[in-house]
Ligand binder design. Sequence first.
Ligand code: ATP
Length: 388
Amino acid sequence: MSRTCGLRPAVVNKRKFQPSMSRVSIRGLAKSFGPVQAVKDVSLDIPDRAFVTLLGPSGCGKTTTLNMLAGLEKVTRGEIHLDEQNITSWAPHERGMAMVFQNYALYPHMNVFGNIAFALQLAKVPKDKTRERVQRVAKALELEALLERRISQLSGGQQQRVALARAMVKEPKVFLFDEPLSNLDAALRTRMRSEIKKLHQQLNATSVFVTHDQEEAMILSDYIAVMRDGELVQYGPAEDVYRKPQHIYVATFIGKPRMSTIPGHLRVSGQDGVMTFDNDDIHLRWPLATRDGQATAIDAEVHLGIRAEDARMSTDGAGDATDTFTGTVALVEPLGSDTYLEIVRGPHAITTRVEPDLHIKPNAQVVVQLPRHKLHFFDAGSGVRLNL
Ligand code: ATP
């Protein structure tokens, strides 16, 4: 495959590609394949011009949800609205949506022009108009020099651009992406991810993107919908999903490195003015601020969660601090810009981010501080976030 074509960011003429208003609303959507309930009662509001990602592990129902949006899969229950219209039973071509598939689904025997023009030819758009629209999209995505090339003569990145061009030429109200980056090698994947992000910033078209890659979701999305077993676990702005995960599943799925979690007993008493967390190996205590005086009393088995950037590490003694514990460095992972340490105490482990020039060695004894306002607590039984 040729890798010679530049992957410089495509500059799109915004004026010509300004999409119309396109808000998508999914209400109680469900899909069963015989006994398999692939999607169960999913409701989402996708704002006009937003980039929304459906995120979750393999088999959680992301593609089925996207296919129902596209009209490629009949819904078992529920409704899909585009702006003010109920489009649940509309045919795919009536919906004004364009899908970019994982395998690009390009026609290998056709050249790039033929691939981009195909849908317009099918819709009997006049020849001169078709040529004009294809040229315009090809220019936007820097494919002009490749229009006569066969698909088999293109690199993976170029094929991905043709797939994008084929969607763009339809001037859709909504773009649907089904894991479009998953067939690319790591370096190209990162570059094409930036391409899609820039394209969205320039086009501003409502987009729904499916991926199992949380990093991709964080980088691309305005809003993330985290799915598990056909259900929506959390939907909200990407930053909220990261900062305020509503379930331990979301907390540990989103973020790299993974959020550290430790089981223990949490006790909050407004009367004592303290909050305590204890298990056999770790005992922590935080004073409650005055405004916490009204805090709901809690006496529960929980999982304490903390992100690597929020746990603080020091090689000095613990002093009088009651929100620290001493642990042993089990793993040092230098990434160049940052270093991650895994610090263990008994069966528990916390990952923390430190400056790379600290040069901590494995087996060092260090103190970990868990600042109260950086902590997350999840009910040990249900996994649901406790709002303290
Ligand atoms: P992946 O990332 O692997 O594509 P996904 O999250 O997109 O996974 P879906 O492809 O939507 O998941 O599948 C959800 C569930 O529905 C899975 O259990 C899958 O096996 C099942 N499923 C999907 N399509 C069909 C089908 N046509 N017939 C039967 N079961 C299906």
